[in-house]
Design a protein around this ligand. Structure first.
Ligand code: DHB
Ligand code: MG
Length: 219
């Protein structure tokens, strides 16, 4: 049930700032055709992630939660030819759709998909090959697990961004207590005490409603 006011607003801003893009549009269409849920970041957020990665000259980017690879394509286009995006996806059929999208977008050479529970695949990555940027957008219950793995793998001065930390305000609503909001609250409680990161939540609004990114700088 997209809100038409925000559909129009997203489309309006995108018409000035985000050129129509065959490969990105195709990735969403192909994902939809293959039954993946439409829970990708929206175009404005994808471009923000892309610009942030370029702003810090990121060469290696870690993503948790590939889905159909829409945000992954934005990231892959932000890194240089010899850069890499490593993205973790639980489901083999989602990973297959994403790989197909990377081929079509011409970024397959820069992207590696690790299939399986990210809590396990992340542990296989060596901490001496640091990432500049991590984006966490997978099962919300495991946010803190993924954040701690991201800290192990991201360089000092790097960025860790976590999606869906507002959830239409439910994270702050004491009457709501499900595994998703608990996953976000656990992360916030951790960061409050973690002297190695400085962070903020920035709210976003789109046709999908009100949500937000948590932006953390690894000091
Ligand atoms: C859901 C997950 C997401 O990452 C998102 O951005 C929106 C919704 C979900 O699981 O419903
Ligand atoms: Mg998300």
């Amino acid at each position: 049930k997209p809100d038409p006011n925000w559909v129009r607003s997203d489309d309006f801003h995108a018409s000035f700032l985000i050129p129509k893009d065959d490969a990105l549009e195709r990735s969403l269409k192909y994902s939809d055709e293959n039954g993946l849920p439409e829970i990708n970041v929206h175009a404005g957020q994808g471009k923000l992630l892309h610009l942030l990665a370029r702003s810090i000259g990121a060469k290696r980017i870690l993503e948790v939660g590939t889905l159909g690879g829409y945000s992954t394509i934005w990231f892959a286009r932000a890194v240089p030819e010899d850069g890499q995006v490593i993205t973790c996806e639980l489901k083999e059929n989602f990973a297959e759709v994403a790989r197909n999208n990377f081929e079509y977008a011409g970024v397959a050479n820069k992207v590696k998909v690790l299939v399986g529970p990210a809590a396990e695949t992340l542990q296989t990555l060596p901490s001496d090959e640091k990432f500049d940027f991590a984006f966490i957008d997978a099962d919300k219950a495991s946010n803190l697990t993924y954040f701690l793995q991201a800290k192990r793998l991201v360089r000092r001065g790097g960025i860790i961004i976590v999606d869906n930390v507002i959830r239409n305000g439910t994270v702050a609503n004491p009457d709501i207590d499900d595994e998703n909001v608990r996953g976000v609250r656990n992360l916030l409680a951790h960061i409050k005490e973690d002297k190695e990161v400085d962070a903020t939540t920035i709210g976003t609004v789109s046709e999908k409603g009100y949500d937000g990114f948590l932006y953390a700088l690894y000091l």
